[in-house]
Structure formats: structure tokens, C-alpha cells
Design a protein. Structure first.
Lengths: 247, 297
């Protein structure tokens, strides 16, 4: 039953013109990033180094997150609110309803993230004959997932208050991710995308380096901050699920 | 099923939408809610399905307070709100399958879907996306999802809006047949719908119940309060003036070869009027008029 419901929810998101345009934008953006910025490598490292791949993830994640926040806004738009009067007259609880919606967005996020990830893998294989993608998986989990979980929770929380807050979050999220690339504009405690850490870490490790290959080893303090964002996102989600809506 | 409302009141920003409502409903019943816009019909229905909380008072379902028994109610409920949305990206069949999953229909799910598709004459549209359907067809999808689980309690708010006369009659009969062993609550502005199928009528106005009983009882209350008069020439102005003053309400105006024939409802019918047997519509108007008189308006 639940799988069936999830399948329909995902279909509702994915089987739309909006989603097609989002995917096309991501494809175009990924192609541009790979051919223009990634192909030369980051700070003298190889284009397929962990350093360069992290840069790629940092470059693509603002667009991915904004796309997801935009998709989450559907949970609170007028159409959905009108359908909710029917949906919530069934035995499904408010908590189950939000879990269902969040699960659908989560699966959509995985599907959408696979577009730039597979494109990058294909690019590496075709351009450099490189196919050792194992270490990239770790980076994908550390850089993309915590950011997504945080924005999923925050968007659900804000959407429940007012959908306009989600629309307001879209440019804020994009600017937080895009403006901070190399600039360290965002304070370290608000380093949701992890690019503040990446800049500082890469400057400290790569500039004036003595070794030809510098391993990309993330300090545990950074991992903890990423776990912190996951926890915050989950807390926002739990609040959204539990907070009563009856007037 | 037994539903009991005790001293239910609902306030929106200081305005009373419902004022001390007391009501008991036992199955089987086919109940019609009537009243003008803003009477509190939709508010009352939303409370009955657990989507609104009363400001004061209690609702019990089978003896258990609704807030502790919501799942029990919703497993037995079919609901069609007045203003609803559907998942328009899905086909009719997919949407009904989605609703069947939500309603926890496990056994004979396919047959249940086929049954409601057939009952709502949506066979040709079952593979069509809902966004391609007309307003009336969407209304039928709304009705289909409401009856999908063969509910013990069916609450439908203005279900015949957007349907053509033939469809209206068909759905009226469908609700009526369904009420043999369950509770069907129907809210409408169309008195004819109530007259045709409801064995009980509840008249609401400004958050108060003005009448609860059988339609025939409502009609009985209006006896001697409905009449007709045929007016020639300038006397027309007089009758319209009297209506403006609230002495009576005109329920029909027919132009005849001799002038204009008025059908009126009045608390005290003037002797110049010829008394006639009231229709349910006349009785409803009389009930509203009496309510206003009692409120000193």
C-alpha cells in the first residue's frame, strides 16, 4: 500500500513539464561545469581528484537544492491544499501524510542527483578513461545529503507556516550556495553547503604543497557539522509532522 | 453508527459560525442540510469529518469522543467537500487506486474501483488524466472517491454542483439507495434534491439550527402561511413595497394575461391572498422568515 502511494507521489512529481525543465537545466549546467571548470582540475589537482570532484559537487548543489525546494513547495500550494481536504478525510494521519510527501521528495532528490553524478562519471570515463568512482560516493554523501535533509526539513517547516516563506527560501538557498564559492561570505556556522570548509581546507592543504598528491581527508569536526545539519533537518521534519493543523 | 453533537459552537475571529448546536444522528438516515451561504453548513460538515475543532462542545461517534476516535470514523467515512482538488497529474483510475490505498482497501480493490467508475459513468475516462476532464467529470471523480470504500457515513457538500440535470437525478438516486443501511448527509442549496431523497431535513441559518425533522413536518409548519395573489397594473408597486418592508417574501412571479401572479410566504398572510398548499421550498422560505422574525429582524 505504502509503496503504491509513494509510487504515485513520485509519478506526480516526475511526470510533469516542471520537472522536465528542471532536469534539462541540470543537464545543461552539469555539462557546462564539467567542460569549463572541472576539466582543468582544481588548484592543480587532477580533474578526477577528490578535490576537483568536491568542487563539482559544490558547484552543482545550489541548483539541485533550489530544484528540490521548488518541488517541496508543491506540498503547500493551492492545488495540494484543496486536495488535502479529501486526502485527510481518509484514515491517513497528518504525520503519515508528511512522511509520504517527504519520502517522495527524498526519492526524487536521489533520482535528480543521479543525473549530474552519472554525467560526471560518463565524462571522466570518456575524457580520461577514469572509472574509480568509489571515493566519490563518500563525497556525495557528505556534501549533498546533509544539505538536502536540512533544506527538506526547513522547507517543510516554513511551508507549513506560509508557502511564501518557501518561495523566499529559494533565492536565499541559491545565493548561500553560489555566492560562497571561494568567497567565504557565509559564516562558518551557516556553512550549509560545506563550501566554506572546502575553500579553507583546500587553501590550507593545496597552496604551497610539497607532495604531488594530497589526500582529501575530511576532519571529524566537519563530519560532525554535517551530521548536525542532518539532525536539524530531521528536527524540522518531526515538528512539521507533529504540529497540529486543525483550526 | 451514532453521531452526537452536544452544545457545539465555533467562532472564527470572534464571529460565531455555529452557535450551540445539538444534534443526534443514527443510521440509517438520509439527511439534507439546507441554509443560505454562511449558514454554517460546511463548518458543521468539516467538524463531523474531524477537519475542524469546535470552540466548545463535544462530538461523539458511537459513544466515543471524535478526537479520540478519529481513525474509527475515517475508516467508515466518505467525504466530498464543497471546494476540493484532485491529483490532476494522475488518471482517473490511478487517483482512485491512490484513494483506495489511503482508505486501506485491500480486498477486491480493483473491483471496488471498477464499481465506482461504473456508478459514476466514468468508464470512458478511466485512463484519462484528471486535468483533461470537464468540471462535471471532476465532480464525478470526487463522488467516486467518496463512495469507494462503501462508507457507513457519507458526507457530501454540494455534490450536484456542475452536473447536468440528468446526472443530478442519477446521483440523487445513488445517494438515496446508499442510505438504506448508512448515514448520508447531503448539503445543498437545491431544495428539489432534498425533497426527492431526504427523509430528514436540517435547516441552518447564521450558525443556528432552525428546524430538524421530516420534510413533511416542515411543510406542515408552513400551512396557512403560503398564498397567491394576482395583481393588475399599478398595484404591483404596492406588493413589492410590502415585500421590502418584510411583511412577506415572494417565492414566485408569473406574468399572466390579466396581470402578475405572485406566490408569497408570510408569517401572517393577508386575507386578500388565496391560501395554497406549500411546497418544500415555500416551507424552507417560511422557516427562514420565521427565524428572522424570532431574531427580531
Amino acid at each position: 500500500m505504502l509503496i503504491n502511494l509513494l509510487r504515485y507521489e513520485i509519478k506526480r512529481i516526475v511526470w510533469s513539464k516542471k520537472y522536465l525543465y528542471i532536469v534539462l537545466l541540470i543537464v545543461a549546467s552539469t555539462y557546462d561545469l564539467l567542460t569549463r571548470l572541472i576539466t582543468g582540475g582544481y588548484m592543480g589537482t587532477a580533474p578526477f581528484s577528490d578535490w576537483t570532484y568536491t568542487l563539482f559537487l559544490n558547484l552543482i548543489s545550489p541548483l539541485l537544492m533550489v530544484a528540490m525546494i521548488f518541488i517541496i513547495s508543491n506540498t503547500f500550494n493551492d492545488k495540494e491544499m484543496r486536495a488535502r481536504s479529501i486526502v485527510l478525510s481518509s484514515p491517513i494521519s497528518q504525520t503519515q501524510y508528511y512522511i509520504l510527501k517527504s519520502a517522495a521528495v527524498f526519492v526524487t532528490f536521489i533520482l535528480t542527483s543521479l543525473v549530474p553524478i552519472f554525467m560526471s562519471f560518463i565524462y571522466y570515463k570518456a575524457m580520461f578513461g577514469y572509472n574509480e568512482f568509489g571515493s566519490f560516493i563518500n563525497l556525495i554523501f557528505v556534501f549533498l545529503f546533509p544539505t538536502f535533509i536540512f533544506f527538506l526539513g526547513l522547507s517543510m517547516f516554513l511551508g507549513k507556516i506560509n508557502i511564501k516563506l518557501i518561495y523566499g527560501l529559494i533565492p536565499v538557498a541559491f545565493l548561500m550556495g553560489a555566492l560562497n564559492l571561494g568567497g567565504n561570505i557565509i559564516p562558518i556556522w551557516a556553512d550549509i553547503f560545506g563550501n566554506n570548509f572546502f575553500n579553507m581546507y583546500s587553501f590550507s592543504m593545496l597552496i604551497g604543497r610539497e607532495m604531488e598528491v594530497v589526500p582529501f581527508e575530511m576532519p571529524s569536526s566537519f563530519i560532525y557539522t554535517r551530521l548536525g545539519f542532518i539532525l536539524l533537518g530531521i528536527m524540522f521534519l518531526v515538528y512539521t509532522c507533529k504540529k497540529g493543523e486543525k483550526k | 453508527m451514532n453521531i452526537k453533537l452536544e452544545n457545539i459552537s465555533k467562532k472564527y475571529k470572534g464571529v460565531k459560525a455555529l452557535d450551540n448546536i445539538n444534534l443526534e444522528i443514527n443510521s440509517p438516515a438520509m439527511i439534507g442540510f439546507v441554509g443560505p451561504n454562511g449558514a454554517g453548513k460546511s463548518t458543521l460538515m468539516k467538524m463531523l469529518v474531524g477537519q475542524l475543532l469546535p470552540t466548545s462542545g463535544s462530538i461523539t461517534v458511537d459513544g466515543v469522543p471524535l478526537n479520540k476516535n478519529e481513525k474509527h470514523l475515517k475508516e467508515r467515512l466518505g467525504y466530498l467537500p464543497q471546494d476540493f482538488g484532485l491529483y490532476e497529474e494522475l488518471t482517473v483510475e490511478e487517483f482512485l487506486d491512490y484513494m483506495a490505498c489511503l482508505k486501506g482497501i485491500k480486498e477486491n480493490k480493483g473491483e471496488s474501483i471498477d464499481r465506482v467508475i461504473s456508478m459514476t459513468s466514468l468508464e470512458e475516462k478511466r485512463k484519462f488524466r484528471i486535468k483533461t476532464l470537464s468540471g462535471g467529470q471532476k465532480q464525478r471523480v470526487g463522488i467516486a472517491q467518496a463512495i469507494l470504500n462503501n462508507p457507513e457515513l457519507l458526507i457530501v457538500d454540494e455534490p450536484t454542483v456542475g452536473l447536468d440535470p440528468e446526472e443530478r437525478i442519477k446521483f440523487r438516486n445513488l445517494f438515496s439507495e446508499g442510505s438504506k443501511d448508512k448515514i448520508v448527509i447531503l448539503s445543498t442549496h437545491i431544495i428539489e434534491d432534498i425533497e426527492s431523497i431526504c427523509n430528514s431535513i436540517i435547516v441552518l441559518n447564521k450558525g443556528n439550527i432552525l428546524f430538524v425533522g421530516q420534510p413533511s413536518e416542515l411543510v406542515k409548519e408552513a400551512l396557512d402561511h403560503v398564498g397567491t395573489i394576482e395583481i393588475k397594473g399599478n398595484d404591483r408597486e404596492k406588493i413589492l413595497e410590502s415585500e421590502m418592508k418584510g411583511e412577506f417574501k415572494i417565492t414566485s412571479t408569473v406574468i399572466t394575461p390579466n396581470g402578475t401572479k405572485y406566490r408569497v410566504v408570510s408569517e401572517s398572510l393577508p386575507s386578500s391572498f388565496e391560501k395554497i398548499t406549500p411546497s418544500l421550498e415555500d416551507a424552507y422560505v417560511y422557516c427562514m422568515l420565521k427565524g428572522e422574525v424570532q431574531n427580531g429582524k
